[in-house]
Design a protein. Structure first.
Length: 82
């Protein structure tokens, strides 16, 4: 039986980083590519993480505020001895 072609979506920044490093992405999904790039180019992964944190700073701040005010959804099931 032959192979079937499948189209998947991968973050364009990851593809660009892989191309800069000369890495073939054939047969990789986004998760695999992200893990591979973290190993071979940790500075690039760190730069992406920093950029993500900056882009999402407002949402993170809002999320943390909500947890401070209301607690976690799981607080009511947490045993008292923890």
């Amino acid at each position: 039986m032959g192979k079937v072609e499948l189209n998947i979506g991968i973050d364009p920044e990851l593809i660009a980083q892989a191309e800069r490093l000369g890495i073939s992405i054939a047969g990789m999904d986004e998760r695999t590519l992200r893990l591979h790039l973290q190993k071979v180019d940790p500075a690039g992964a760190e730069a992406r993480a920093k950029c993500w944190a900056e882009d999402n700073a407002e949402a993170i701040k809002d999320h943390n505020r909500r947890i401070r005010e209301r607690g976690l959804l799981s607080d009511y099931i947490r045993p008292s001895w923890l």
